[in-house]
Structures are given as structure tokens and as C-alpha cells.
Ligand binder design. Structure first.
Ligand code: HPA
Length: 284
């Protein structure tokens, strides 16, 4: 069996050979939040199924392509859609795109997702910058033999969500006159939404938001030393908070409504991350 490193390297080369751009920033756009990728200039679109070893997205609302292009002056690689553990993929498969990003030379990622709001100060449609996560998905993309070419056996997760990027996001949100909360994301397997009792449990253990993605990507990114900014869109209040059932339609509708402000925030933050000396010199 070919190892993950070799597969990620081959996938990265197959993406890079289709564009002259050499982005250092990667983005992942969650459910209903994919339209940012449509606005890029000099864009090359590569469906996931054209990238060797890449997992295919089966979720509704996830287009399933990588778009390499420019957001203003900033070259970016954008995953429009992602795969999840609940689709039947392994934790390693879910994290594979991050490894491809790493081999492409990506040094910072902005991960977005749709999430249920557990913190009662949040409202539907709120944007929340993540300060930490609780991985309750029952597995880890780094389980199994460690490949030292990616990173350490026991990577630190103390500063997984870069503090200076969180500050940048808050500053840019303030300039845009937007409210940006900060919170802890609990990642669950899904695909069923949580029960009200599970939401009370998650609140007790310190979660502000709940979703079915992101944690594995953060773990794989940090393993490779890629810096992380993550922003959740509260597409719904979590189960049992309002006396109404949850639905994927509601998640998609709220994503649709909020994506304009999220896009404005992404555009404002990107040049600041591009100027971060911590992500190394620009490659030409
Ligand atoms: N729970 C889990 N995942 C989600 C939710 C939720 O309430 N909303 C959007 N993704």
C-alpha cells in the first residue's frame, strides 16, 4: 500500500500543475458557505474526483472541488466542500485534503463550518471564531503509525487555533461593524443531530458550538505546522434550545443568508494572514 505522504505529494503535484499560482493560504468552505470560491479571479477549478486519492464529497450543499485563484491580491486554494466521518470515510481520509494542502505549500488555513449554537448568547446566523475544540468523534486522523515527514508523533494542541489570527479576525470584524463571538467547538460524528440531553451535556463540558467537521482538519494541519483560523456560522440553535426540530434545509438557508458577511470577513482577514511572516516567504 502506498503511504499517505506519497499519495498526498502526488495529489498536490496534480493540483499545482494546473495553475501557475502558488498559494500559501488554504480555505475550507462548509455547508452553504461555498460561494466565496465563485468570486475568485484567475480561478482554476478542479473537481475532487480529478485529484488522485482525493475523497469525494457526498453531502448535499458541498460542491466538491478545489478552486485555486486570487481573492483580491491574495492567491488561495479553496476547498468548496469537504468530506465527513459520517459519510463513511475514515479519519485519515477526512484529513487527507489537509495533507495535500501541506504538500502544496499551504502554511495557513481558514476553516469554516456550519454549527449548532449551544451558547445561549448566540443567535441563529451569528459568526463565531473558534478558540478551541473538543474532539468527540471517537477517533483521530493521526491514529496509526506516525509519518515523521508530516510531523511529530505527539503534536501539541495547546495553541491549535492561532491567537494572533483570532485577534486579526476580531479586529477586521469590528472594522466591518460585525459581531464576532469566540467559542469552543465540539465535533461529533453525526449524521443525526444531537438530542437535547446531549446538548445539555456538551454545554456542561464547555462547548459553545456543535458540528460534524473541522476537528480532524485542525489536528492534521497542526501536525504539519500549518497555522489555523476557524470560523463557525451558527446556522441553528442546537437541539432543545428552541422548541422546534432541526433540519438540513434550515442549516443551508442560514448559511445562504450569512455567507455575504462571512465572505467580507474572509476578504478582510486574508491580506493580513498573507503578510504574516510566520507563514514564510511567498513562492513564485
Ligand atoms: N449539530 C451538529 N452539526 C450541525 C448543526 C447542529 O445543530 N448545525 C449545523 N451543523
Amino acid at each position: 500500500m502506498t503511504d499517505q505522504f506519497t499519495l498526498a505529494e502526488a495529489a498536490a503535484q496534480s493540483v499545482l500543475q494546473r495553475t501557475p499560482l502558488r498559494p500559501r493560504i488554504g480555505l475550507v468552505l462548509g455547508s452553504g458557505l461555498g460561494s466565496f470560491a465563485d468570486s475568485l479571479s484567475e480561478a482554476t477549478r478542479i473537481p475532487f474526483h480529478e485529484i488522485p486519492s482525493f475523497p469525494r464529497s457526498t453531502a448535499i450543499g458541498h460542491a466538491g472541488q478545489i478552486v485555486i485563484g486570487k481573492a483580491g491580491m491574495v492567491p488561495v486554494a479553496v476547498m468548496q466542500g469537504r468530506v465527513h466521518l459520517y459519510e463513511g470515510y475514515s479519519a485519515q481520509q477526512v484529513a487527507f485534503p489537509m495533507r495535500v494542502f501541506g504538500r502544496m505549500g499551504i502554511r495557513a488555513v481558514i476553516l469554516t463550518n456550519a454549527a449548532g449554537g449551544i451558547n445561549l448568547t448566540y443567535k441563529q446566523g451569528a459568526l463565531v471564531v473558534l478558540s478551541d475544540h473538543i474532539n468527540l468523534q471517537g477517533t483521530n486522523p493521526l491514529a496509526g503509525p506516525n509519518d515523521d515527514r508530516f510531523g511529530l508523533r505527539f503534536p501539541d494542541m495547546t495553541h491549535a487555533y492561532d491567537k494572533s489570527y483570532r485577534t486579526m479576525a476580531r479586529e477586521e470584524a469590528r472594522k466591518l461593524d460585525m459581531t464576532l463571538h469566540e467559542g469552543v467547538y465540539a465535533a461529533l460524528l453525526g449524521p443525526s443531530y444531537e438530542t437535547p440531553a446531549e446538548i445539555r451535556y456538551l454545554r456542561t463540558v464547555g462547548a459553545d458550538l456543535v458540528g460534524m467537521s473541522t476537528a480532524f482538519e485542525v489536528i492534521a494541519a497542526r501536525h504539519m505546522g500549518i497555522k489555523v483560523l476557524a470560523i463557525s456560522c451558527v446556522t441553528n440553535m442546537a437541539a432543545g434550545i428552541l422548541d422546534q426540530p432541526l433540519s438540513h434545509e434550515e442549516v443551508m438557508e442560514t448559511g445562504e443568508r450569512v455567507k455575504t458577511s462571512l465572505e467580507a470577513l474572509l476578504r478582510a482577514v486574508l491580506p493580513r494572514i498573507e503578510n504574516d511572516p510566520g507563514i514564510g516567504p511567498q513562492k513564485t
